[in-house]
Design a protein around this ligand. Structure first.
Ligand code: ZN
Length: 246
């Protein structure tokens, strides 16, 4: 029943912007390295928290340790394919129901699943560059590096194009994301609540009347949404696609 309603909302919308949150990562089986069990294991293993190691000061002061952690815990996670929710998202984009996807997650899962118009607020592990000569490098280059990845042309340390703690998010990226939210008829929030940083930063730009929230765990801020579905994201998207038919 809810799938029918959601499909109708999407079909009536001229422009739908999607905010993709952390629960979609969890549904894909990616580790939540900043909280829960995984974060405890990381502190045991490295002697620092994931947040400390992903900070700009740590990157500068302990570059080799940063890359050891980054390769083992972040890049090795890429062996796991995106969960079905991301493939469903790509399918809905291909069929014209999703127009833009915005996320703070750095694993590039929407793109790997085939999504085209994606804004990565915090960058992506797939973007790596030399800060001095601007030469770009593949994620495999960084992954296969020993100690630290070095630019072939100028011997500078190659940097992942992600936003580290203590760094500002690129202003142009924020502006583009705000514009995508502002022009949306429907704002679809998937797998996150309205109090997370992703939403807190962007929902204020939304001027429409249909804020739709899909999130398994209820949250007190759900009442600010116009439509709430307390279900897994991947299950909900699957039902919408079934409803849509061939
Ligand atoms: Zn260089």
């Amino acid at each position: 029943m809810i799938a029918k309603t959601l499909l109708q909302i999407l079909q009536e919308s001229k422009y739908t912007t999607v905010l993709s949150g952390y629960a979609m990562l969890e549904e894909s089986g990616y580790p939540a390295i900043r909280d829960g069990e995984a974060s405890y294991d990381i502190e045991q293993k490295y002697g620092y928290s994931a947040e400390e190691m992903l900070s700009s000061s740590f990157y500068t002061a302990r570059t080799e340790q940063f890359f050891s952690f980054y390769r083992n815990e972040i890049l090795n996670a890429l062996d796991k394919p995106p969960g079905k929710g991301f493939y469903e998202m790509a399918e809905l984009e291909r069929r014209g129901l999703f127009n833009c996807i915005i996320t703070r997650r750095i694993f590039g899962l929407p793109e790997t699943a085939g999504c085209k118009n994606v804004i990565n607020l915090h960058g992506s592990v797939y973007v790596n560059y030399c800060p001095r000569c601007k030469k770009h490098y593949s994620v495999d280059y960084v992954r296969s590096s020993r100690r630290v990845p070095i630019c072939e042309d100028c011997s500078t340390v190659v940097r992942p194009g992600i936003c580290l703690f203590g760094e500002m998010v690129d202003n142009q990226v924020i502006t583009r994301a705000a514009e995508e939210v502002q022009k949306a008829d429907v704002l679809l929030v998937l797998g996150t609540n309205l109090r997370t940083q992703l939403c807190a930063r962007l929902v204020q730009y939304y001027e429409g009347q249909k804020l739709v929230l899909v999130k398994e765990e209820p949250h007190f801020s759900d009442r600010y949404a116009d439509v709430v579905v307390n279900e897994r994201v991947d299950d909900t998207l699957e039902k919408i696609i079934k409803e849509l038919g061939e």
